[in-house]
Every structure is written in structure tokens, then in C-alpha cells.
Write a protein that binds this ligand. Structure first.
Ligand SMILES: [Fe+2]
Ligand SMILES: [Fe+2]
Length: 280
């Protein structure tokens, strides 16, 4: 399995890749080309794929972790370029999502043109599904652990009314590496511990080899909606014991989250960045 981070909030100093707040990961596995998320609003993931020589026309399948625009901002452009790859997402991802900020309510949902123009490309995931050899999507995430407190600024419109987001629009992806599991989270709004334990429920008696994605210890690029220190450290301790190998994170984990996790996870924590390549 070969992984290329097409977009994360950061990059190496001299890199000519584009960055913005968002996440997008390209995965090559058993001859399948998978696009996991397509952030952000400035279509950086799409531009970076071109710079990196990744032919978007050859993507076989797209997985959208949830309906926020930092994970879907490049999707419309992608659908214009690639006319065949199915897009897997939860139906709830199409709902209207908002972030409450001091300056007012900000729309952070998907572009409604996607549902209007490309309905035939959308595949709604309502139960765990195997979409390719060794590749699973899991739409129902358990609530054993409390969800990150930094979710508090996130809202969704239901029947015209603005309510706190329950993240029913979130799914996660599992890729088998031999018998072990590699877990991909988008923002991890539902809590990375809940995601890992749900993976264990779905595919029992496997080692969790690695976790890749955001853990949502910071709301978007906002510098005031942080998760509690204790909650971050507890999560790091838990991951240290429950995950076998590397923890790759970035994006909404935020710098503070990473700095608090690092002394606990040490070399097992690796910060992802735009252009990073990981081989399993
Ligand atoms: Fe999100
Ligand atoms: Fe995000």
C-alpha cells in the first residue's frame, strides 16, 4: 500500500505544493487507486495531484469521510475531471453544516452543485460495506468515549432548525494489510477511540497496525476551540496501548494537540504534511 498526502494544512519549507486548511489522501492498494477526501475549498488537493503526477482520471473510487468543505472542497472539480469513479459518502454528508464563530455563522457544508449535478455518481453508505478487496467503509461509529470537546462550535440544519452536530455524516475507512488493519479517519469528529473500537467490532481479532488522519482537537483553523489537555493526553495514552504501530496525524489535531501527544507517543507519532509518502 502506497499513500500520498495530497493535502494537509502544512508542507515542507521548499515544497512547491499548495496548502490550505483541509485533508486529502491518495492511496494505491492492489492496483486500486483510492481518493480519501478531497479538501479544501481552494481545490489544493486537485492542483497538488497534478503537480505530483497523479492522474486523477485514473482514480477508481472516492471516499468522503464527512460533509465539511475542508474535506470536500475539491470534489466538484474532481467530478468534472474524472467521469467514472463512484463517490462513497453518508447521505447525511449532504446536509447543511455550519461553524459558529464570533463574527457569525459560517457555512462549512458541501457545495450543493455536487448533489444537483452528480447524483448518479454518489453512493450512500448506510451499513458497513466492502468496496474493494481489503477495503471497508464503516458508517456507524460507537459512542463509548465522549467526542472531542472542540466539536462544540459545529452545527447542522435539521428540518430548517440549527442543532448541534451529532456527526451522523461521518464514516471511516479500514484497509487490510495482510491480517492487520490500517484505519483512516477524516476529522475524527466521532472520537478516534470510538473509531478504533468500532473497527475492532467490525473486524474482530485483528491488530490495529496504524491510524491515519485528524483527531479533531482543534475546530478548523480557529484558535479558540481546543479540546481539553487531559482529553488529548488520555487519547494519546489510549492509542499508545491500543494501536500497534505508527499514529499518523495532522490537520484538525492541531499543533497544540500534536505537542501534547508527542511526549506520550514519542517516535510512534508522525505528523503528516502535504506531499508526505507512506509505504506499508
Ligand atoms: Fe470536519
Ligand atoms: Fe477537517
Amino acid at each position: 500500500m502506497e499513500i500520498t498526502v495530497l493535502l494537509e494544512n502544512s508542507k515542507f519549507k521548499n515544497s512547491n505544493l499548495n496548502i490550505e486548511h483541509g485533508l486529502s489522501i491518495f492511496i494505491k492498494k492492489n492496483g486500486n487507486n483510492i481518493l480519501f477526501d478531497a479538501g479544501g475549498l481552494g481545490e489544493s488537493a486537485i492542483k497538488n495531484a497534478e503537480v505530483l503526477g497523479i492522474d486523477l482520471f485514473k482514480i477508481d473510487v472516492v471516499v468522503i469521510s464527512h460533509g465539511h468543505n475542508d474535506h470536500t472542497g475539491g470534489l466538484l472539480k474532481f467530478l468534472q475531471i474524472n467521469d467514472k469513479a463512484p463517490v462513497y459518502l453518508k447521505r447525511e454528508a449532504l446536509n447543511s453544516h455550519y461553524s459558529k464563530r464570533p463574527e457569525g455563522l459560517k457555512y462549512i457544508g458541501m457545495d450543493d452543485q455536487i448533489a444537483k449535478k452528480y447524483t448518479d455518481r454518489l453512493n450512500f453508505v448506510d451499513k458497513t460495506v466492502k468496496i474493494a478487496e481489503g477495503l471497508f467503509l464503516v458508517p456507524d461509529i460507537m459512542d463509548e468515549f465522549s467526542i472531542p470537546s472542540s466539536n462544540c462550535v459545529l452545527y447542522v440544519k435539521e428540518n430548517g432548525e440549527l442543532v448541534r452536530d451529532d456527526f451522523k455524516h461521518e464514516l471511516f475507512m479500514i484497509i487490510e494489510k495482510n491480517d492487520n488493519l490500517v484505519i483512516f479517519s477524516g476529522c475524527g469528529h466521532s472520537g478516534i477511540r470510538n473509531i478504533v473500537n468500532t473497527a475492532r467490532d467490525v473486524l474482530p481479532d485483528r491488530k490495529i497496525e496504524s491510524v491515519i488522519g485528524g483527531f479533531h482537537f482543534q475546530a478548523g483553523s480557529l484558535d479558540y476551540a481546543f479540546a481539553e489537555k487531559e482529553e488529548i493526553e488520555d487519547t494519546a495514552e489510549w492509542l499508545k496501548n491500543e494501536v500497534d504501530g505508527q499514529i499518523y496525524t495532522g490537520h484538525c489535531t492541531g499543533k497544540r494537540g500534536i505537542n501534547l501527544m508527542k511526549p506520550i507517543l514519542k517516535d510512534r507519532l508522525e505528523r503528516i504534511y502535504t506531499g508526505m509518502k507512506i509505504s506499508f
